[in-house]
Design a protein around this ligand. Structure first.
Ligand SMILES: [Zn+2]
Length: 406
């Protein structure tokens, strides 16, 4: 502001302009379609400036004129909306038993999505990355419009991530240690012109939940072979000093328990991870334990068995619910979230887990009424992490719309 008053340099003016473009674009995303006059009113920018900013955003293909709306002064004004036509971002997930990819447009709408059942923990990392690159290429080639501008990609993985280096430090359930995923994926994709980021899958899933539900204090527990935690406090992801926060699956809840993939004993995921559930619910050779079968189908089968009153399935689910409650109570005591969101397989089988989890929170959380914490089932299914990944890859456009060429 001060620079503007002093007349400013060209660089200062360019930076003020970029900032104003960001304010207008983010406001249209958050507040929805509205007239130029209303944008001016609500952002405090003057009307002529907003008109000029909107013209530039239209030129870059980021917003477009929508339907006629009644303006603040009573005269019909043209509504401005975020344009989903040109800019897309990609979320990718590499996890145990599957890889998946999802393309979002700038409005956050899904353009395309595909999940591939893949026995990743028994494959070399280079082969998995090769298959992932082919999945992304075919999805973009098939679904995105020919003139689409890909602004970025985020890869979600179930493990400790050195974000800046794009390296997966350790993912016990994949058996991967120090894999430079972004470098290898970029090479497999033929060095694309957009940035490729790496992040923890539960963090990205929590980001997707934050966008979907708008709860500013939430704890996401996502169940797959591993168990991940994504914590949002005051609307921001809690990442910790080095980005390793949220490894809740490795809290030791049973010192005499089973050996965990991480080498320790009795970690939470040894009692509530998907393997623990499947081992309790079915014998080896049962189709629900077949890694070639898509995980959603296997869970649908378990839901059907539980609904039929199959005792073994119901006992297995009750056991998971009890252990889920023990660990979740510790976390709710620490974080006091407004909402505990169950994701991944916990959501798919949530109707059977909600009861034991609710009683555990009621008795094991110190604050009355579990600190007001409500339990919700994610509606994002196994897409949460890829959706969060694509949302994260879109963020630079909202921070600086000039990253998209006119
Ligand atoms: Zn562990």
């Amino acid at each position: 502001m001060g620079t503007e008053l002093r007349g400013g340099t060209t660089a200062d003016q360019a930076s003020v302009r970029r900032n104003n473009l960001s304010v207008v674009l983010a406001h249209l995303r958050d507040a929805g379609p509205r007239s130029r006059a209303r944008v001016a009113d609500e952002t405090g920018l003057n009307k002529a400036t907003v008109s000029s900013l909107v013209a530039e955003l239209v030129q870059r293909g980021l917003v477009r004129e929508g339907e006629a709306a009644r303006g603040a002064v009573g005269r019909p004004g043209q509504t401005i909306v975020v344009d989903g036509g040109r800019v897309v971002a990609v979320g990718v997930e590499i996890n145990v038993d599957y890889v998946s990819a999802l393309v979002l447009d700038l409005t956050g709408a899904v353009v395309a999505e595909k999940r591939l059942a893949l026995d990743t923990s028994n494959m070399a990392a280079s082969r998995v990355i090769g298959r992932t690159a082919r999945l992304v290429s075919s999805l973009l080639g098939r679904a995105a419009p020919a003139d689409a501008h890909v602004v970025g990609m985020t890869v979600a993985v179930p493990g400790l991530v050195e974000g800046a280096a794009g390296t997966l430090h350790e993912a016990p359930n994949l058996g991967w240690v120090d894999v430079p995923i972004t470098n290898r994926l970029r090479r497999a994709l033929g060095e694309p012109g957009y940035p490729v980021l790496l992040d923890n899958e539960a963090n990205l899933a929590a980001l997707a939940e934050l966008h979907a539900g708008g709860h500013r204090d939430l704890l996401l527990l996502t169940g797959a072979v591993g168990v991940g935690g994504g914590m949002v406090a005051g609307g921001r992801l809690v990442r910790g000093a080095r980005g390793f926060a949220g490894e809740v699956g490795h809290m030791q809840l049973d010192p005499h328990g089973r050996k965990c993939g991480c080498g320790r004993r009795g970690c939470w995921e040894t009692v509530v991870g998907l393997k623990a559930l499947l081992a309790a619910a079915a014998d080896e050779g049962d189709r629900v334990r077949d890694p070639e079968l898509d995980v959603a189908q296997r869970l649908a089968e378990l839901n059907a068995r539980a609904a039929d009153g199959d005792e073994r399935t119901l006992d297995a689910l009750a056991g998971i619910g009890t252990w889920l409650g023990r660990g979740a109570s510790v976390l709710v005591n620490v974080l006091n979230p407004a909402v505990l969101v169950l994701g991944g397989y916990f959501a798919a089988l949530g109707q059977w887990l909600r009861g034991p989890l609710t009683s555990a929170l009621a008795t094991q959380v110190f604050a009355p009424n579990a600190g007001g914490c409500r339990i919700e089932l994610s509606t994002l299914g196994f897409s949460a992490a890829v959706r969060g990944g694509a949302l994260r890859a879109l963020e630079p456009v909202f921070d600086d719309p000039t990253v998209v060429p006119a």
